[in-house]
Design a protein around this ligand. Structure first.
Ligand SMILES: Cc1ncc(COP(=O)(O)O)c(C=O)c1O
Length: 400
């Protein structure tokens, strides 16, 4: 008997999890694997946040809350948008969920009719396409060239929009490429979108705080205020405050959409953990020095990994200006043979070879819709990154 519905069959297990499971199995055998496949900060959650969670438990904040977050958390989110983005929202705009992931899922679930298209500029975060499929939509993948720093151009956006387009997903800073859009680039996309009133915009800004470009980070809401009535700005505490396990994400959305998102959440998970909500309030409104320290550390590692990758013959990499991923091209190695004669046909072969030969785990570009690349997370110690880069150089150098 099959337990898999036709809907469930539309998606596959996450390739990132498959590779990190293989890496963990090798580690368990005692092999010195360096795992750069994971998308989470390697820091602990700041103490003030942990204390706030404990205090909330002691106060008895251990009960159901409103499905889409307590008024206090919504106020903290409103304050964050005001302070850091210069955006003004009311409580009715705000929706809080079990991670940004649930927010994105709710938004799609709320709006997608069968066959509606969701534009996903590639390389994209894996969940965008799979979530779209799960809710009955059709991902419309638009490949963005390395020469364009993997960014969607206005012309490519215009060409991708049809009368079925429902959403455009934007992600700046980007997972997996680490690139960021300037205010002008977002505004130019906004000019195209203004001509297509049925298209909603999901601006996933979860890596906002991990940002190193010279120009200040610009939220889509600031670049394109005229599209506010169809823009969702998604964010969360996971990456900025090293709180991946606490599961708090949030969004600012048009009031009518926020209402439907809340309705959907009320019949799935209901409220996110009450204790995590209290912790998120402290993260968003308490001292912000953790964010600055983490950013400076990631930036040093970014410099290290970019320099190290560029020192490897054949590797090309666009310098990431945000997040904690590098997305080098492995085009020069396609078709080469490993020491045992195996031909490297694509980036999945290369990623597997790098895991076996260099004992460095990354994720193949195919998983993000743009090959031939490998995503390497630099949320890892400097020592591990240095060793990984040396091993990578040797392993790639051994391909003939
Ligand atoms: C681009 C992007 N958006 C959203 C998320 C989801 O974050 P959360 O842990 O808040 O669900 C992630 C997590 O990896 C991500 O990389």
């Amino acid at each position: 008997m099959s337990f898999e519905s036709s809907r469930a069959k539309l998606i596959k297990p996450s390739p990132a999890i498959t590779i990190s499971t293989a890496a963990k199995a090798m580690k368990a055998e005692g092999l010195p694997v360096i795992d750069l496949s994971i998308g989470e900060p390697d820091f602990g959650t700041p103490d003030n946040v942990i204390e706030a969670a404990y205090a909330a438990m002691k106060r008895g904040e251990t009960r159901y809350t409103a499905p889409d977050g307590t008024p206090a958390l919504k106020d903290a989110v409103i304050e964050k948008f005001r302070r850091e983005n210069g955006l003004k929202f009311e409580r009715a705009n705000i929706s809080c969920g079990n991670g940004a992931k649930q927010i994105l899922f709710n938004a799609l679930m709320a709006t997608i009719e069968p066959g509606d298209e969701v534009i996903c500029p590639a390389p994209y975060w894996i969940s965008y396409t799979d979530m779209t499929l799960l809710v009955g939509g059709t991902p419309k993948i638009v490949e963005c060239a390395q020469e364009d720093e993997f960014k969607l151009t206005p012309a490519a956006l215009e060409a991708a929009i049809t009368n079925k387009t429902r959403w455009l997903f934007l992600n700046s800073p980007s997972n997996p490429s680490g690139v960021t859009y300037t205010r002008e680039e977002l505004a130019a996309l906004g000019t195209v979108l203004a001509r297509h009133p049925r298209v909603l915009i999901m601006s996933d800004e979860i890596y906002e705080q991990i940002y190193y470009a010279d120009t200040p980070f610009c939220s889509f809401g600031i670049a394109c205020p005229e599209l506010a009535d169809r823009t969702v700005i998604a964010n969360g505490v996971a990456k900025a405050y090293a709180m991946t396990g606490w599961r708090i994400g949030y969004a600012a959305a048009p009031v009518a959409l926020a209402r439907v998102m809340s309705k959907i959440q009320s019949q799935s998970t209901s409220n996110p953990c009450s204790i995590s909500q209290a912790a998120a309030i402290e993260a968003l409104t308490g001292p912000q020095d953790f964010v600055d320290t983490a950013r400076a550390t990631y930036r040093e590692r970014r410099d290290l990994i970019v320099t190290g990758l560029r020192a490897i013959d054949g590797v090309e990499v666009v310098e990431p200006s945000g997040a904690f991923y590098a997305y080098p091209s492995l085009a020069a190695f396609i078709g080469r043979r490993g020491p045992d004669g195996t031909v490297m046909a694509d980036d999945s072969d290369l990623t597997r070879y790098i895991l076996d030969a260099a004992m460095v785990a990354g994720v193949q570009g195919a998983a993000f819709g743009l090959s031939p690349h490998i995503r390497l997370s630099y949320a890892a110690s400097t020592d591990d990154l240095k060793t990984a880069l040396e091993r990578l150089k040797d392993a790639l150098g051994a391909l003939k």
